[in-house]
Each structure stands twice: as structure tokens, then as C-alpha cells.
Write a protein that binds this ligand. Structure first.
Ligand code: ZN
Length: 183
């Protein structure tokens, strides 16, 4: 597996609309390797989600999940977010919002390093997609997992979390986030 280079805000690939994948292409060696490399890259940079355009691949695919190492699993109670995100690779995802509830919370992005900002998102969603075997799946999610899926699906349409902010007063650098806002 390889660690891939992550495109940063300003790179045009982050602003385009990515193309869908056919089930047969999903099962190809190229896409299977891309998925493995994206999981590896997400883990390396301690992200909870990574979309293909972020690694310069113009396809509708993202990976997500909190990838803990074995040391961290032993201290599960110390997880600050308190919400795990199951490991998933979703291809051609389509999101349906469930209910009207929205929730505002902090987001970051590997393509916008060391910045955090508050973004309003739907609390509950259903995502319909292909899994990495090319099988149709349906993922029901709420809270932080729903937030991650919405953030990553946005990347496939060239949308960054700044675009979803109602106002920019909450924008903070990571150091200051840790100092003043992370509790
Ligand atoms: Zn992002």
C-alpha cells in the first residue's frame, strides 16, 4: 500500500464534479488498490474521511472511519469525540436527508490543513451507494457519522466545508482550537 499525496484547497480537482464508477470498474485492480491506498492515507494523516478527488482521482468514491491502532483500542474510554465512525468505502453515494433536524459542529478537512470551523449539517441521513465489492448498500447514519458522510459526499461535487458555513466567525487554527474550543 502507498501513502497518497493530498490535494490542498486551491487545487482545481477539489472544485470539479467527479465521475461515477460502474460496478465492473469498482472491482478492477486499479480501484481496489486506490481504496486500500486511501484507507492507508487517511490513517497516516489521522483523518476520519477521505474522498478520491482529495488524492487527485476524479471518481465518486470516498473512505471513512476512525482507524484506531491497537494501543488506542485499549483506552477506548479516552476517545474524545465519543462517537466512532465505522470503516466504510462508499462509491457513487446518494444522500437522502431524514427529518428536519440539523446540528452545528466542528469540522476539519485534510485539504484545508490545521483549520477548524463550525458547520451545520443534517442530523440523520440515509446514504445509498455501492460498496467496494460493487454491491448496492444502504447506510443509515446520524450524528458524527452522518456529518462525515455529508462532508465526503460534498467533495465528489467540488464542495468544501467552508462553502457550507453560514458565517465564518468560528474559523480557528488547530492550535487555538485545542487551546480554546476543544472542550
Ligand atoms: Zn474534506
Amino acid at each position: 500500500m502507498s501513502i497518497l499525496k493530498v490535494a490542498r484547497m486551491g487545487h482545481p480537482i477539489l472544485r470539479g464534479k467527479a465521475r461515477p464508477l460502474e460496478p465492473a470498474e469498482i472491482r478492477s485492480t486499479r480501484i481496489q488498490k486506490l481504496i486500500d491506498d486511501m484507507f492507508e492515507t487517511m490513517k497516516e494523516y489521522q483523518g476520519v474521511g477521505l474522498a478520491a478527488p482529495q488524492v487527485h482521482e476524479d471518481v465518486r468514491l470516498f473512505v471513512a472511519g476512525l482507524v484506531r491502532n491497537s494501543d488506542e483500542e485499549a483506552d477506548e474510554n479516552e476517545d474524545e469525540d465519543g462517537e466512532d465512525v465505522p470503516l466504510m468505502a462508499l462509491i457513487n453515494p446518494e444522500i437522502t436527508i431524514v427529518g428536519r433536524e440539523t446540528v452545528e459542529d466542528w469540522e476539519g478537512c485534510l485539504s484545508i490543513p490545521d483549520i477548524r470551523g463550525r458547520v451545520s449539517r443534517a442530523e440523520k441521513i440515509v446514504a445509498r451507494a455501492y460498496d467496494r465489492a460493487g454491491k448496492r448498500i444502504e447506510v443509515r447514519a446520524s450524528g458524527f457519522t452522518a456529518r462525515v458522510i455529508q462532508h465526503e459526499t460534498d467533495h465528489l461535487d467540488g464542495v468544501l466545508f467552508f462553502d457550507r458555513m453560514k458565517e465564518f466567525g468560528s474559523l480557528t487554527f488547530l492550535d487555538e482550537f485545542g487551546r480554546y474550543w476543544s472542550q
